[in-house]
Design a protein around this ligand. Structure first.
Ligand SMILES: [Zn+2]
Length: 143
């Protein structure tokens, strides 16, 4: 089995397995042993199914890696408000909507909609979520 040494990926190994089983199927074509033919035919179908599954997993893996790379460029959710920030927003002054980010992976900046009793609220222009902002260390005094 020396040819397995050159194969480094699952896809290459599977390609080798497919060609071996295909060879076996071709060799068994002239055989009168129907049981052997059926077993080889089943094995061939099984490796083809495996190949299909592997392609689907490869695609899923590619998408997850892309998502992971995108997540790496964001920080959060950050307490106490659960905001998400771009990694390049060093002073955390432009919070992103946590709902849009977590549910859809969208980058939507929250807007400031006013101060009431020294409490700032922010609103997402995309999903309309309003977040009454909590300041760090403050309790709900005087409500
Ligand atoms: Zn939103």
């Amino acid at each position: 089995m020396t040819f397995f040494q050159d194969a480094s990926t699952a896809g290459q190994l599977l390609g080798i397995a497919v060609s071996i089983v295909k060879n076996a199927r071709d060799l068994a074509k002239d055989s009168s042993n129907h049981e052997l033919k059926n077993v080889i035919s089943d094995a061939y179908d099984a490796v083809l199914n495996l190949k299909e599954k592997l392609l689907a997993l490869d695609e899923e893996n590619r998408q997850l890696k892309a998502q992971l790379a995108k997540r790496g460029s964001f920080i959060g959710p950050v307490p106490p408000n659960g905001y998400v920030y771009r990694a390049d927003d060093d002073h955390k002054v432009h919070p992103l909507c946590p709902k849009c980010y977590q549910e859809k992976g969208h980058e939507s900046f929250l807007t400031k909609i006013g101060d009431q009793m020294k409490r700032v609220s922010r609103k997402c222009p995309v999903c309309q979520l309003v977040i009454p902002e909590k300041t760090i260390g403050s309790n709900s005094q005087g409500s």
